[in-house]
Design a protein around this ligand. Structure first.
Ligand SMILES: [Zn+2]
Length: 272
């Protein structure tokens, strides 16, 4: 099973714009991926790497889709004014702050979600199974440190091969989610597949388990986060398996109107 949505074949092209933008946010804000030993990094199993995050209020730079650079001050996700944490926006342009802490609760089989979403996910899974289907959670809360070490290891490998740090970060971001840019780190997203087909690709939409989830998820406060027709806004390709908890009211409006979370929140950056 693929447990890393950024690596699903075929989604690279569209993903690149968003991932590179996120990498640029980090680079511009002074994020450095360092080899703490000071020695030349070796290929193969990685050594410990350190990772520093942007200071608060830092000016961020983002890359537009045409590749041009535009300096723009953006607020990190943690500075957004929202009263319900389930509405926090996390995408390649709005990173989760490093100090963000999800309040975790067990869902099933070792999968954890934020307490605001866990019970609703359990209910949705139970009802889906009760209707005769076979949903399986294959990814839920993902620790930031895991994402950071994955990312830092790849950056060091590129640098060892002669890339500059900036180039290495951009190359890495094409294949690995930039730390802070995944909703899984907030404990608000779950990747759910049909147990009989545990592959994250578009064919998920063809099975009845997934169709039940897409039709009923809003009743439990979840949305299908990355619709096919909103890829230009979300920066992420169609994912008929990634469900995001946003609360009942928002979920009903988002799913019934056929909009995405960015549109619901009114946060769309015009130049991307
Ligand atoms: Zn996901």
């Amino acid at each position: 099973m693929i447990d890393h949505e950024q690596k699903v074949p075929g989604r690279k092209e569209l993903l690149t714009a968003g991932a590179v933008a996120a990498a640029a946010l980090l680079a511009a804000a002074g994020v450095r991926f360092m080899n703490t030993t000071g020695s030349k990094p070796a290929e193969g199993p990685a050594e410990t790497a350190s990772y520093t995050t942007p200071s608060e209020g830092a000016a961020y730079v983002k890359i537009c889709r045409d590749g041009a650079y535009a300096a723009q001050v953006m607020l990190p996700a943690g500075d957004q004014t929202f009263t319900q944490k389930e509405l926090i926006l996390v995408n390649p342009w709005h990173l989760l702050p490093e100090n963000y802490e999800a309040e975790l609760e067990n869902v099933e089989y070792g999968h954890r979600m934020d307490v605001c979403a866990a019970e609703h996910l359990r209910d949705m899974l139970a009802d889906c199974r009760g209707a005769g289907y076979a949903p399986l959670v294959c990814s839920s809360y993902r620790e930031r440190s895991k994402q950071e070490s994955l990312f830092a290891n790849d950056v060091r490998r590129f640098m060892y091969r002669g890339y500059t740090e900036e180039e290495a970060i951009e190359e890495t971001a094409r294949n690995v989610a930039v730390p802070g840019s995944s909703e899984h780190e907030a404990g608000l997203a779950a990747d759910i597949v049909y147990a009989g087909r545990q592959v994250l690709d578009e064919s998920q939409e063809l099975n009845e388990t997934q169709q039940w989830l897409i039709e009923h998820c809003w009743e439990y406060g979840f949305i299908l986060r990355y619709p096919r027709d909103k890829q230009e806004i979300t920066g992420i390709t169609y994912e008929p398996w990634h469900y995001r908890y946003v609360g009942m009211e928002a979920a009903e409006e988002i799913m019934s109107r056929g909009i995405c979370l960015e549109e619901y929140l009114g946060v769309i950056d015009a130049d991307r």
